[in-house]
Design a protein around this ligand. Structure first.
Ligand SMILES: O=C(O)CCC(=O)C(=O)O
Ligand SMILES: [Mn+2]
Length: 197
């Protein structure tokens, strides 16, 4: 039923969605250990001169020296944990791609989210491959084309244990977001593996 990677056809981009990439049992075990072992923080950003806490917890792990610039933040990576290396090696094997960094986001409930953005920081290179793993609650991952208004929004429900890969020109032409909702939701952890040049 699950376990077949699906090519989600979008113009000007490449997206592969693999539902049930991790089994339910693995997903549960990994989510529980990530909650405990990751050094979660709630970063602040400055928008129009005012400080705001971002609406989620986050963490940055990776190879030494791979500094991440993200929404005006400069994050030094923490050292890989056992679970992160386990997840990384599984997705590297499946995708045939190596990753040296991982941004983790912990959406505590529906009030946490992430606004429209592109993962187009210059340290990711021209056409980055970004592998996104979800544990816990299903949240809609929405994409909208930056200039072609004829194209409909794309909405992919990222379920527990799923792996979504963005590649090709996706980061040039599409923005993505995890919308906030007033619905009562359980928590969700997302990991985006990246290759910082
Ligand atoms: O939580 C998600 O699925 C998206 C995360 C994301 O877009 C990011 O970390 O840049
Ligand atoms: Mn992103």
């Amino acid at each position: 039923m699950f376990n077949e990677p699906l090519d989600i056809k979008i113009p000007d981009g490449k997206i592969i969605f693999h539902e049930g990439f991790f089994s339910l049992e693995e997903s549960h075990r990994l989510m529980q250990s990530l909650i405990k072992t990751i050094d979660w923080t709630q970063d602040e950003v400055i928008v129009y001169g005012k400080r705001h806490k971002i609406p989620r917890l986050n963490a940055w792990y990776g190879d030494e020296g791979k500094v991440m610039k993200y929404s005006g933040l400069s994050l030094e990576p923490k050292t890989w944990t056992k679970e992160l290396l386990e997840i990384k090696s599984k997705i590297e094997e499946a995708s045939g791609t190596k990753f040296n960094s991982c941004l983790l986001n912990y959406y505590r409930d529906g009030k946490d989210g992430m606004g429209w953005h592109q993962d187009n920081e210059k340290e990711l290179g021209i056409n980055p491959i970004i592998a996104s793993v979800t544990f816990g609650e299903t949240r809609p991952f929405q994409l909208k084309h930056i200039s072609n208004k004829e194209l409909k929004k794309v909405d992919i429900p990222l379920s527990n244990g799923s792996l979504l890969t963005m590649a090709g020109e996706t980061q040039h032409y599409w923005k993505h977001q995890i919308p906030k909702t007033t619905k009562t939701l359980e928590s969700r952890i997302n990991l985006t593996f990246r290759q910082i040049l």
